[in-house]
Design a protein around this ligand. Structure first.
Ligand code: ADP
Ligand code: MG
Length: 727
């Protein structure tokens, strides 16, 4: 009988591809057609309501009942005309994915069927939420959780084959008002950072009234044929391959990166991009990535809250559309050993309502001082809270990537490029007198050099976890499957906090008689001294950097259970409480949820490893062993002594691997049992990390050896060479 793998391979051969030509699409015409955006609101809302709601979106004021009523009515008309029958509050619980609970517009009123959607249904819902992670915040007797409308993120229509559903972006909080999701603290962190930015901006331009953090998310992913995916329990249940020998050809020829996109993949890309455009997601870029079967897409940047929602939505759309093409879109950080993993580069900056990108060097001393202010404050914030940033990207899946040889390490450092490093050095050193007639003003001596930065923005360091790239910072260590809110909550909180401290220090110097520019420069100077240790221009993947970082006192926390500690350090609790973003109780709940999530992921992987090893790999290996034994018997019966000796050695080798797989699986199960007895979530996560997980590599080693020895016909799991090269 054919192995599952052979059947799957045969089904790909037999598949009838849909060769229908795509119809002509003009992106600007389909863009945003499924979004209750500006154009649609103008059409479906009374003039005053439209004005009101756009202002509220801009300022974040409270919404009156009347406005909510009219928006609800407008939304319903639009959604029904488009063909939607149901609506849902769309939220982002701590599971990392998005959640929906659909209700229909339809209801019976006085015995008559009608379609309705009230302000009440728009503004607030109470999903039966006791099964979402809550870290002890909600005991079952007080299981109520509320979702509440976020008007700053537009409602949209989600399409499946069955029809359209109106989705309303919401936050998710407990009965007592504590955040149970990513969006609630994100909105607070953004507001906090933006307010602090405006205050600082006013040193340079009193006309600035609003600043907004911006984010462009580059999304990496893998594609695998679904027939093969479906017979790999590990990919299906854990998102990564827990077994599989490296193929003879991997990424060593470097022929995939920016290579021509296979036709089948191209068709998938066009299809998901078109869906994304209709949802208002401004995708711009698509290309092959470094590993075979790895790709990337990136949108134009947007305000952070919208960019995060769009990325969550995009991941969902990519998954759904891939299935239509008999593909699986894999977002795991490390689906395949031995080839590159996937990240989600977060390009971050701050823009003002006067049209200035605060991280873009200007062409005159004044704007350069403003640039340097935001630039240096960000560096200082990252330096002071590196551990918290590390915690924000920690997950079982990202652990495989951080510190592996092809991704930024678990050590947080910043790359700024040679030109800016020189600028900071100069700022930091005492001004030499007599340099020019203008030396009495320090700014004039040092700052005019800054425009040269523009010439230097090709200076790239792909190995850095946090890099300045000319007019924005790029946080590269973020994992491909993560909700970027986690990283954005931390980044915006620490920068906001830093800007506030900066403002206080500068004001104090001004009140002592220093000029504003002097006060700013003097404050920045002290920051540069402090923060220099985190700047690193070299190769982050090298062993030398690990040693050097240790000397500099930078942390190198390799695994999640330890990394998460930073969320509940005294320093973090103080930071989040003072900034009003998360309370100690909320932080502790989050810490607990993330630990539990980690434990569960390792637990599932461990179970899948045991199951595949014992029920698939060992049986096919034993079958082959029996064949060999028969063969061996025939050789010796017929007097072939030398060949028999070689055969014996071969049989021995295979049988050793089989035995070692068995013993290690049983030992791993025993360790799992021990870990399961632990109550404390941190200790349990540590046990899973350091007692259970080490078996994964050992078991895999023996299984991967067997993959090379066992008859190809018998091997049940699609091999890397089949998974990674889509035809
Ligand atoms: P790079 O070559 O540095 O990767 P790209 O121009 O391709 O630069 O941009 C990568 C991502 O960074 C895109 O999503 C882009 O929209 C985003 N980006 C560009 N400018 C900003 C900015 N000011 N704020 C946030 N993201 C930005
Ligand atoms: Mg980039």
């Amino acid at each position: 009988m054919d192995s599952l793998r052979f059947k799957a391979l045969a089904s790909i051969q037999d598949r009838q591809e849909d060769k229908e030509k795509p119809s002509k699409i003009i992106i600007s015409e389909i863009f945003g057609t499924q979004v209750f955006g500006d154009k649609t609101m103008r059409k479906y809302l009374p003039k005053d309501t439209y004005k009101n709601i756009t202002q509220i979106i801009h300022t974040g004021e409270k919404i009156s009942r009347k406005v909510a009523d009219e928006v609800a009515a407008g939304l319903k008309s639009w959604a029904s005309e488009m063909g939607a029958t149901h609506y849902t509050h769309w939220f982002q619980p701590m599971t990392g994915t998005t959640a929906e609970k659909h209700d229909s517009f339809f209801e019976m009123k006085d015995g008559e069927p009608i379609e309705s959607f009230s302000a009440g249904a728009l503004v607030q819902q109470e999903p039966d939420a006791s099964s979402f992670p809550n870290g002890g915040i909600r005991s079952t007797f007080e299981a109520r959780g509320y979702t509440a409308w976020d008007p700053s993120s537009p409602a949209f229509l989600m399409r499946t084959r069955a029809g359209l559903t109106l989705c309303i972006p919401t936050i998710f909080v407990s009965y007592t008002g504590e955040a149970l999701d990513y969006k609630a603290p994100l909105l607070k962190a953004l507001h906090f950072m933006e307010q602090a930015s405006v205050e600082v901006c006013r040193y340079f331009d009193p006309k600035v009234n609003k600043a907004a953090a911006t984010l462009g998310i580059e999304q990496e992913y893998f594609l695998v044929d679904s027939a093969l995916f479906n017979v790999r329990t590990d990919l299906m249940l854990t998102g990564r391959s827990l077994f599989g020998h490296a193929p003879a050809k991997g990424q060593q020829l470097e022929d995939h990166y920016f290579g021509s996109i296979p036709e089948r993949v191209h068709a998938f890309m066009v299809d998901f991009e078109n869906e994304a455009y209709q949802l208002g997601i401004p995708l711009r870029t698509r290309h092959n990535e470094v590993a075979p079967s790895q790709y990337e897409c990136a949108p134009q940047f947007e305000e952070v809250n919208i960019a995060v929602d769009h990325n969550q939505l995009l991941m969902d759309v990519m998954g759904k559309v891939a299935k239509r093409h008999n593909l699986e879109c894999i977002l795991h950080e490390k689906p395949f050993a031995g080839v590159n993993g996937s990240g989600k580069h977060c390009n971050w900056s701050i823009g003002t309502d006067t049209g200035v990108n605060l991280l873009s060097p200007g062409d005159n001393p004044k704007s350069n001082l403003q640039f340097l202010t935001f630039f240096v404050n960000t560096i200082k914030a990252v330096n002071d809270h590196a551990d918290l940033l590390r915690a924000s990207i920690a997950s079982a899946s990202n652990d495989h990537r951080l510190g592996a040889n092809e991704a930024p390490p678990a050590i947080i450092s910043i790359f700024i490029g040679e030109t800016l490093a020189n600028v900071l050095n100069e700022l930091d050193s005492p001004v030499k007198s007599g340099k020019s007639a203008e030396t009495n003003s320090k700014i004039k001596v040092n700052i005019p050099k800054v425009p040269e930065i523009l010439l230097d923005n090709t200076d790239r360091n792909r190995t850095s976890p946090f890099a300045f790239t000319g007019n924005k910072f790029e946080f590269r260590a973020v994992g491909s499957s993560s909700n970027t809110s986690a990283a954005m909550i931390v980044l915006n909180t620490i920068v906001g906090n830093q800007l506030k401290a900066f403002k206080n220090e500068v004001d104090a110097l001004i009140s002592k008689g220093q000029s504003t520019d002097e006060a700013i420069l003097n404050t920045l100077r002290t920051y540069i001294k402090d923060a220099k240790r985190i700047l690193f221009e070299g190769n982050n993947y090298s062993d030398e950097w690990v040693k050097e970082a240790e000397k500099r006192g930078l942390s190198n926390v390799k695994t999640t259970p330890e990394a998460l500690d930073a969320y509940i350090s005294t320093q973090s609790i103080k930071l989040f409480e003072e900034s009003g973003i998360l309370t100690e109780r909320e932080l502790e709940a989050r810490h607990d949820i993330l630990l539990e999530h980690y434990t569960k992921q390792i637990q599932i992987e461990s179970r899948v490893i045991g199951e595949i090893a014992l029920s698939q790999i060992v049986p096919c290996s034993v079958e082959y062993l029996n064949e060999l034994l028969l063969n061996y018997g025939q050789l010796t019966d017929n007097g072939f002594i030398i060949e028999a000796e070689q055969g014996k050695e071969y049989i021995q080798r295979i049988s050793n691997h089989i035995n070692l797989i068995r013993t290690n699986v049983f030992e791993m199960i025993e360790e799992r049992r021990n870990a399961n007895k632990i109550d404390n979530s941190k200790d349990k996560a540590l046990a899973y990390c350091h007692k259970v997980k080490p078996y994964f590599e050992i078991i895999r080693y023996h299984a991967d050896k067997l993959e090379l020895y066992i008859d190809d016909k018998l091997w049940p799991l699609p091999k890397y060479r089949e998974l990674l090269f889509i035809k």
